[in-house]
Design a protein around this ligand. Sequence first.
Ligand SMILES: Cc1ncc(COP(=O)(O)O)c(C=O)c1O
Length: 379
Amino acid sequence: MIYLDNAATSFPKPPEVIRAVSGAMEKIGANPGRSGHRLSLAAGRVVWNCREELARMLDVPNPENIVFGCNCTDALNLGIYGSVSPGDHVVTTMLEHNSVLRPINGMVHRGEITWTLLAPDPSGVVTAEQVAAVITPLTRLVVINHASNVVGLAQPVADIARVTRRAGVLLLVDAAQSLGVLPVRPLEMGADMVAFPGHKGLLGPYGTGALWIRSGLDLTPLKEGGTGSSSESMLQPDEMPEALESGTLNMAGIAGLMVGTRYVRIRRQEIYEHEKSLSDAMWEGLRNIHGVSVLTGRPPDVGVVSFNVGAFTSGEVANKLDTRFEIATRGGLHCAPAIHTHLGTLDRGAVRASVGHFNTKSDVDALLAAVSEIAREVS
Ligand SMILES: Cc1ncc(COP(=O)(O)O)c(C=O)c1O
């Protein structure tokens, strides 16, 4: 099987990540930060070491400002619900994933907040000027994805951050498709929060993700409960990360994430160049196949290319690629309905091919040959 669905989750994982997960389960297996025995302390060290490794990856000084969750959705929900209150206005783009659109739209439907949804300009980005034009005195939060999981284009987050900073508005960046590939440095970028999964570009296991929060920004916790600290109090502690991180953590997943993050951190530029060359070849090659329409007019910034073939639905093409050619891609809407509405592909969706660190040029060549054959069935 040729795996071209890395935007959903990266596969395969480096063997050292798998060894770290099983090693943590076999040799440590205790609840981190709860008990005083040496296994619990060892588990606590694993969690702390991962926080430090993530802080190095993000180039931020405070590992305690990184709050673990199960995935990027968890992190985005914490950033959104933790910062927005009734009466607030929120700005997002049509490029966002349902993990942003649904919490915000849910609050809108309950009559709690107002919302402006910005369409990208013809080049595929939402500009800082567009954001500046819709900020009002009630605006509390802007949420923007760093790179789109449908069109693979990067957004000008640093420019947008200059606008939000000036206006005193919070900026939450969804780095689901960028971390591990593009540089993601929240302080340099000017973000207030950055949400990311552990299981995509960081090559970690499922069930991992985190939210980085700027020092001094207090979020309302989504979960309250046991933290292993200040247990005499029946109130949630104020200290980070416990203030926002209750319940037993996915210690084995976090052990794998630490190793995955280190693996990626020391190879980030090489990973970027490799994925960029593969996605450029994919974009160029698909555009040259008669009957294929590629969703973007320029090559992607991360390893994601979406396309359609003739009048086939995206599901039909993805299914042919799977069953006849043993190539894994993703049809449908990629949990991002607004951008498909904008691009006119809400009905048929698009086939998304997304490369990762372990793909090769021959994987791309196999995809192009398979799509050419499917396209010939149309004419
Ligand atoms: C841009 C974007 N944001 C958020 C998510 C949600 O990530 P997770 O599956 O880790 O919750 C995804 C997943 O595909 C994504 O592509």
